[in-house]
Design a protein around this ligand. Structure first.
Ligand SMILES: Nc1ncnc2c1ncn2[C@@H]1O[C@H](COP(=O)(O)OP(=O)(O)O)[C@@H](O)[C@H]1O
Ligand SMILES: [Mg+2]
Length: 619
């Protein structure tokens, strides 16, 4: 396979057409294409031809073997990136950014997604999921899809999931929907309060005050899903939409449900949904697993497995990263034997060898230095650790602390966690950025890859991890009221891991309230359950009853009345024992109401009269 392409599709088309002795019109006729198509392609006006167009052209030009491969591949890998409307797009290794280096191989996988892209333009919405191991190139492949989508004038919106934010309802959609909102036609934007008021909750930057609606529970989460789908469809009626979500194995349950809802309700619209996930992390009980299984049965999802690169492809990747210079057979063998074709591992090992000075460029060829028993790092984490160890100790410390915050972290968050001065923190982050281990994007920093953060985190001693989590929680707490509320789930987690359950407890309750207000009852349930566990652990009865009462409320909204009654009865018991008439009255009313909703009116009435009688008794 010819993986070292450099000629553009435009130049190859012209070359082969001339070789076949055809005029532009003649070729268009033979390929059954429109008159201007060939001219537009040859002038580079259209850099992203349809797959069917490429097929027709290679047939009409009677291309075969390597020529045909090269021709098709050049169309799949546009050399220049199309600009994304009038928005400026940053370059980087994350979904939503422009890729910084060429995509190698992946013809087949990319082709499948591009077929879906093409189908989408013909009003046939699709969902494609890219699955594979960490570092295999899922994000990179999805980035290529976004480049093609931009080239075809799609409105492209991306969102990413991170482990540390997996308790935040709709986390990946918050960013994706903001992008859609910003790029949507004014008329559609203006119609949101009227037509899709529930959407406002997912666009906090544009609609800071939440809409006040009486809590109707389950119906509300359905309304939210319908509002998002309605908005996306309205936008897609004006301009095709590509919605890309990275790392769904870290998605919250509400986001997974929303993705499934969108895929079911945009089948007749110009909406392409693309998601990526780590295959190995979507085990039994993972919300994504059940949903993908269901969608698969309904034939609503196409799964593309992203596999390891071959030896030649690995060599091409290395050569590409070394500025196109040839890599000796010996060096290829050294790296490929270790990395077995995992691109991230390959790139990191290469970088480690370069930083060590074990790789040198001699007469335009990369060779290994003649050192006896030269060893390449054995694992991704070894390669990363080796690179980190070359940084100044302060920088290493800052990175270790940052790894506790997650794959993305704010400058303020880090400073608050480690108590560094502005200057020290800036210096450390600058050095880390120069090494390529982190990157800065707007007001946030991010590790170059989840594996980098995970390696650093895994390298912390239990004692240090505990300490850093606790100070991360304290740091976030200090930043302010807004952070305490919006990031309650994160703060709670820091205190749980930091072994301060009593401090985690109020934030678990708060995180539940936040999730409920965001119409994500399942997430709220999880937070209330953790709050209950924490309250029981520290023997805080009052918090336990609060958690139970809230849990009962949220279970009732999801029509799980039996479980709701169990929780509410337990809350009533605690309030009763505490002799607290106000709290007891409220929970009794909730029990009665749950009975009524469940259809066991008698049970509800009996409960209420018993309670009223108890109040009459002189206490
Ligand atoms: N097909 C490819 N061609 C060139 N570089 C690639 C390819 N696949 C992955 N890479 C590079 O390998 C690294 C890891 O890829 P990434 O997409 O982040 O992996 P994943 O998302 O599966 O964890 C990135 O630097 C990426 O640019
Ligand atoms: Mg990725």
């Amino acid at each position: 396979m010819n993986v070292q392409r450099s000629r553009t599709f435009a130049s190859l088309l012209k070359h082969h057409r001339n070789a076949a002795g055809l005029t532009q019109e003649e070729l268009a006729g033979q390929a059954r294409l429109g008159g201007r198509t060939i001219s537009n392609l040859e002038r580079g006006v259209n850099k992203a031809p349809y797959r069917s167009t490429i097929r027709r052209l290679s047939e009409a030009l009677e291309l075969s073997g390597e020529d045909r491969d090269e021709f098709q591949a050049s169309a799949l890998h546009p050399v220049e990136h199309s600009r994304r409307g009038d928005r400026t797009v940053i370059e980087g290794g994350f979904l939503g950014a422009l890729p910084t280096a060429r995509l190698l191989a992946r013809e087949e996988e990319l082709g499948r997604v591009l077929d879906a892209l093409e189908a989408t333009e013909g009003d046939s919405g699709r969902l494609v999921l890219l699955a594979g191991e960490p570092g295999i190139g899922k994000t990179r492949l999805a980035q290529e899809v976004s480049v093609h989508a931009w080239g075809r004038h799609f409105l492209v919106a991306a969102g990413r999931c991170y482990e540390a934010q997996s308790g935040v309802p709709f986390y990946p959609f918050l960013e994706a929907l903001s992008t859609l909102y910003e790029e949507a036609p004014t008329g559609i934007r203006g119609a949101i309060p009227e037509r899709w008021p529930y959407l406002a909750g997912l666009l906090p930057d544009y609609f800071p005050s939440r809409i006040a609606v009486p809590s109707e529970g389950q119906e509300e989460s359905q309304r939210l899903l319908r509002a998002v789908a309605g908005f996306v469809r309205a936008v897609a009626a004006e301009r095709p939409v590509a919605l890309l979500l990275d790392d769904l194995h870290c998605a919250d349950g509400a986001s997974v449900d929303l993705l499934a809802h969108l895929s079911r309700h945009t089948r007749g619209d110009r909406v392409l949904l693309v998601g990526t996930y780590r295959e190995e992390e979507v085990g039994r009980g993972h919300p994504l697993r059940k949903v993908v299984w269901g969608l698969d049965r309904e034939q609503l999802v196409e799964k593309v497995s992203v596999m390891r690169l071959g030896r030649e492809e690995t060599a091409a990747l290395m050569s590409d990263r070394l500025g196109g210079t040839e890599v000796s057979e010996e060096v290829t063998a050294l790296v490929y034997d270790r990395t077995e074709g995992n691109p991230f591992f390959t790139v990191e090992v290469l970088q480690a060898l370069l930083e060590r000075g074990d790789l040198t460029n001699r007469e335009g060829r990369w060779i290994r230095k003649e050192i006896e028993e030269l060893e390449a790092p054995d694992s991704v984490s070894e390669a990363i650790s080796e690179r980190v160890s070359r940084l100044r100790p302060q920088t290493q410390n800052a990175l270790a602390a940052a790894s506790v915050l997650g794959q993305v972290f704010g400058f303020e968050d880090l400073r608050a966690e480690v108590g560094l001065g502005d200057e020290e923190a800036e210096e450390a982050l600058e050095e880390a950025e120069a090494s390529g281990l982190i990157r800065a994007a707007r007001d946030l920093y991010a590790f170059n890859h989840a594996l980098t953060q995970q390696t650093l985190y895994a390298g912390l001693s239990p004692e240090r991890r505990k300490r850093l989590h606790r100070s991360a929680g304290e740091g976030l707490e200090k930043i302010g009221e807004k952070v305490r509320r919006e990031r309650a789930a994160e703060i709670s987690r820091h205190f749980v891991v930091g072994k301060s359950p009593e401090r985690a407890l109020p934030y678990a309750l708060l995180a539940g309230d936040e999730a409920e207000a965001a119409f994500a009852p399942k997430e709220a349930e999880q937070h209330y359950r953790s709050a209950l566990e924490l309250a029981e652990g520290v023997g805080d009865e009052s918090a336990a009853s609060e958690a139970l009462e809230k849990l009962g409320g949220v279970l009732a909204t999801t029509v799980r009345y039996d479980e709701a009654l169990v929780a509410l009865e337990r809350a009533a018991e605690i309030y009763g024992a505490r002799n607290d008439p106000e709290d007891a009255g409220r929970v009794e009313a909730a029990i009665a109401q749950t009975h009524f909703r469940r259809g066991t009116h008698d049970g509800g009435a009996a409960r209420l009269s018993a309670h009223l009688e108890s109040l009459d008794k002189p206490g």
